[in-house]
Ligand binder design. Structure first.
Ligand SMILES: NC(=O)C1=CN([C@@H]2O[C@H](COP(=O)(O)OP(=O)(O)OC[C@H]3O[C@@H](n4cnc5c(N)ncnc54)[C@H](O)[C@@H]3O)[C@@H](O)[C@H]2O)C=CC1
Ligand SMILES: C[N+](C)(C)CCCC(=O)O
Length: 494
């Protein structure tokens, strides 16, 4: 498969165990191949009727699935994990074509996806409640039950992985799921739906509806939807919470961030430079938990800056399907313009471009309409600059000098976001002391942006609530039933 040649299989909705044309529509959308700017799919957004059909189909599948034992569900999810592992390169290729991230990186996203399925398959058999002894031989017990039909709404930066992070725990707990990907990246999640069917889930257990805001709203408002798990921006997160509140539906919100990465002068500089690059340049910087505010202790500011600029300039940009490419195009033209706009504004406010920050035109003529830019490092940054305060969602690192631990903690926490944070130091007491003060849901010590599926992921403050991955996520996809058992006679008040 080479860039510019991929054909998308249609239709892109998936219901009742097969691809379907939506029963009704609310407009059409186009999906692009960011590497070339080519339209790869035109598709209809699902209307209210199609959303309802998807919900009815999921309800029917839920009736079958919830009756299966945890071990039965586990076996099917393990089979799905095995198929994903087997088709890793093919799925990664589709992800790269539709998202633009390098094939090298997309492969890791697919690895994390099958690992996530294996992890929740492992937990499916041990979902259990408690037994509580009460006076007089009476007792109570709790049962952890699925919620029903859950909705997943995803962003475009990790299309396949986001769909798995939501569906693996949902299905493991015995729920059904309807997933709506971002209209920018409609393609890979349909492969996931087909894989679930091949692995043996009942038809309708995992349905896909395509569309944008209107389709998303129909899903959140549907009376038979029990829960909504959302990954995306803060403004949309607020709307989803509002819509879901009408039906008292629980929500999980994985929203944006402007995370701090604190580099102390006693760190291992080589690792800190690698960490800062991991914190800023994966998926062209379009990562919610990126550590874009890089605070560097003044003693090592020059040395660190020189090295991180040197390494950033070496990043190989270009055709994302080539094995040695490390940075592909951004998601679309308007997002590219928005990211470049942040850099322009930063310059006006006094930031200094230390490298990159402009368009990149690859030599290969077929890539000339792609959305490439050179990764950017901004020096001379101040805390109140727009580029330091707002989420850019592109390959732009801001370097901010600091002097003391107390000062840097104050500045690091001075944001409405709270998704992630990182610290590089060799002083282990300081590392834990700093982490204890950081207002962030995910903290890294001496690394950044690794995401083992065994660990919970999610934000503090306006970065959202609820968690994905880790054992705790079982609680977000299940509800607790209490059963009180009387072993004696009823002592009535009346
Ligand atoms: N915390 C996390 O795990 C992640 C957070 N993000 C955040 O996502 C943002 C970028 O992703 P985008 O796709 O541009 O975000 P977005 O908020 O525009 O869209 C996200 C999803 O919500 C849908 N949507 C939009 N309006 C809706 C409405 N009124 N009702 C229901 N659904 C609606 C979209 O179609 C899309 O599927 C960034 O702010 C980023 O930080 C992205 C990835 C991971
Ligand atoms: C995999 N990781 C940690 C780099 C990013 C995951 C969160 C996201 O979907 O942006």
């Amino acid at each position: 498969m080479s860039t510019g040649s991929f054909t998308v299989s249609q239709p892109l909705n998936y219901r009742g165990g097969k691809r379907v044309q939506p029963a009704d529509g609310s407009g059409t959308e186009e999906a692009y191949e960011p590497a070339t700017g080519r339209v790869i799919a035109t598709f209809q957004c699902s209307g209210e009727k199609e959303v309802d059909l998807a919900v009815q189909s999921a309800k029917a599948a839920f009736k079958i699935w919830r009756k299966k034992s945890g071990m039965e569900r586990s076996r099917i999810l393990l089979e799905a994990a095995r198929i994903i592992r087997e088709r890793r390169d093919e799925i990664a290729t589709v992800e790269t074509i539709n998202n633009g991230k390098s094939i090298f990186e997309a492969g890791f996203d697919i690895d994390i996806s099958w690992q996530c399925l294996e992890y929740y398959a492992g937990l499916a058999g041990s979902m259990a409640g408690e037994h509580v002894q009460l006076p007089g031989g009476s007792f109570g017990y709790t049962i952890r039950e699925p919620l029903g039909v859950c909705v997943g709404i995803g962003a475009w930066n990790y299309p396949f992985q986001i769909a798995v992070w939501k569906s693996a725990p949902a299905l493991a707990c015995g729920n059904a799921m309807i997933f709506k990907p971002s209209p920018f990246t409609p393609v890979s999640v349909v492969l996931l739906a087909e894989i679930y069917t091949e692995a043996g889930v009942p038809p309708g257990l995992f349905n896909v509806v395509q569309g944008g805001a209107a389709t998303g709203q129909f899903l959140c408002q549907h009376r038979d939807v029990a829960k909504v798990s959302f990954t995306g921006s803060v403004p949309t997160g607020k709307k989803i919470m509002e819509l879901s509140s009408q039906g008292i539906k629980p929500v999980t919100l994985e929203l944006g961030g402007k995370s701090p990465l604190i580099i102390f002068s006693d760190c291992d500089i080589e690792n800190a430079v690698k960490g800062a690059m991991m914190a800023n340049f994966l998926t062209q910087g379009e990562v919610c938990c990126n550590g874009t505010r890089v605070f560097v202790q003044r003693e090592i500011l020059d040395k660190f800056t020189e090295e991180v600029v040197k390494q950033t300039q070496k990043i190989k940009i270009g055709d994302p399907l080539l094995e040695n490419t490390r940075m592909g195009p951004l998601i679309n033209r308007s997002h590219l313009q928005r990211v470049l706009g942040f850099i322009e504004q930063g310059k006006k406010q006094g930031a200094k471009v230390l490298c990159g920050g402009d368009l990149y035109i690859p030599e290969d003529p077929k890539l000339k309409d792609g959305y490439y830019m050179k990764p950017c490092i901004l020096g001379n940054c101040k805390d109140d600059m727009t580029c330091v305060k707002e989420e850019i969602f592109g390959p732009v690192m801001s370097i901010l000098p600091f002097d003391t631990e107390t000062e840097v903690l104050e500045r690091a926490n001075d944001t409405t976001f709270g998704l992630a944070a990182g610290v590089f130091t060799k002083d282990i007491q300081r590392a834990h002391r700093v982490v204890a003060e950081l207002q962030a849901g995910v903290c890294y010590i001496n690394n950044y942006n690794v995401s083992p599926v065994e660990l919970p992921f999610g934000g503090y403050k306006m970065s959202g609530f609820g968690r994905e991955n880790g054992r705790v996520t079982i609680e977000y996809y299940s509800q607790l039933k209490t059963v009180c058992v009387e072993m004696g006679d009823v002592e009535s008040v009346f």
